[in-house]
Design a protein around this ligand. Sequence first.
Ligand SMILES: Cc1cc2nc3c(=O)[nH]c(=O)nc-3n(C[C@H](O)[C@H](O)[C@H](O)COP(=O)(O)OP(=O)(O)OC[C@H]3O[C@@H](n4cnc5c(N)ncnc54)[C@H](O)[C@@H]3O)c2cc1C
Length: 441
Amino acid sequence: MEKYDVVIIGAGPGGFTAAYALNKGNKRVAIVEEDLWGGTCPNRGCDPKKIFVSGMEAVERINQLAGKGFIPVNSIRWPELAAFKRTFTDSFSGSFRKKLQNRGIETIEGTAKFLNSKQIQAGKQVIEADAFIIATGQRPGIPDIEGKEFLKTSTDFLDLENLPARITFLGAGYISFELASIANAAGSKVTIIHHNDRPLKGFDGDLVSDMVEAFKEKGIRFVFNTDIRKVSRRGGQLLLTGSEYSETTDYIVCATGRIPNIEKLGLENAGVESGRRGILVNGYLQTSNPAIFACGDVVDKKQPKLTPVATFEGNYAAGKILDASLAGISYPPVVSIVYGSPKLAGVGITVSEAKSAPEKYEIRDIDMTGWFNYRRMNEPVSRARLVYENGQLRGACILNNEADDLVNYLAILIEKGITREEMGHMILGSPTIAADLRHLL
Ligand SMILES: Cc1cc2nc3c(=O)[nH]c(=O)nc-3n(C[C@H](O)[C@H](O)[C@H](O)COP(=O)(O)OP(=O)(O)OC[C@H]3O[C@@H](n4cnc5c(N)ncnc54)[C@H](O)[C@@H]3O)c2cc1C
């Protein structure tokens, strides 16, 4: 039986980051993957989505300048954009596996299952290790309703060869908002159905309302407070039925939540505890079995389940295995972005958190629509909600088309505690979004 210092289960961003770090620390490492090497992000998540977002941005940028030298664009040639996306995704998994192997990391194909706390069944072989890292991520959840076989997922959407004329998204989280924006810019008639009236619940409610209005302006339809109970086929169409609601559509993307990949792991054989939201860990990312760590989306945690969080945790878990005296994990402010049109992005203390401690925090609401950098691009909406503590920026939520870059700059200012005076000593290229930062401090 092969024996390793560390075996990692799942070759997504959390797992492969840990593998690289442990390999660099001279550990004998094996990584087990049952599907695509690289995991969700590069194969069926962030990266393919961002390629479609690039198409959306091009269309929206032109349409914003309609009547100002540009003729509006109605659609995208989807098959061409999809083919462009495949030039990134088709060969990724194979070439990424080779990259791991070239570093001297053993790559094992198959589903991993704990036989006991020291051994796992990995595909056809049984292997042993002193320590394990579980990084098995999440998958789309499909509700158990009549006709659930007609529901598609974000993975199916990102693999579409042709864009359906009408698309309905179930759930109003970030994945629905992003894919709905893409489909809308590409010419599809889009509806988002949500079980309550508070979409994107992790983000500032006022800016979410503005975002919903901006989406409606672009023709995206919202149906709130509606639970879909049944889906059936009617000729070439699909019929969605809820209590007091029904509609016909061509394609349904279910994005009502993602579920942790834990069922096949045999966790009970290794004394690892888990719940509905994932594997339970302590402040060192150790599970209830201290020799077994977990990182990334599979962990039950309050941080957003995003790639940079998974890689941060992968590095930490590896660091803790290499140096048992390492202090507990401490997260910097985490940036979350909704790549819609417009984009919504947040970092640090939220306005609702600040409102619960008014003696501590000051809140500023800034309408940036009239600022030169937004007027030159004719942006319909640009707004920031900022939180300060003793005059120091502690949190931000931004709604505009540049929010993805702007929020990262703000995260650096928050993390480094940079003040308005210190910004005054910097000479940045202007007129740019970054040069406006001093007005937000
Ligand atoms: C549509 C979409 C868009 C997204 N966009 C963004 C974005 O813009 N920015 C961002 O930061 N994040 C985004 N995310 C989230 C991001 O993809 C995840 O946070 C990230 O991939 C998590 O990494 P991970 O390593 O924890 O898990 P994953 O990347 O999911 O990798 C887990 C791996 O484990 C494997 N596995 C599971 N069970 C087993 C087993 N028993 N044995 C062996 N292998 C197993 C799986 O096959 C998978 O390859 C997006 C996700 C989706 C679905």
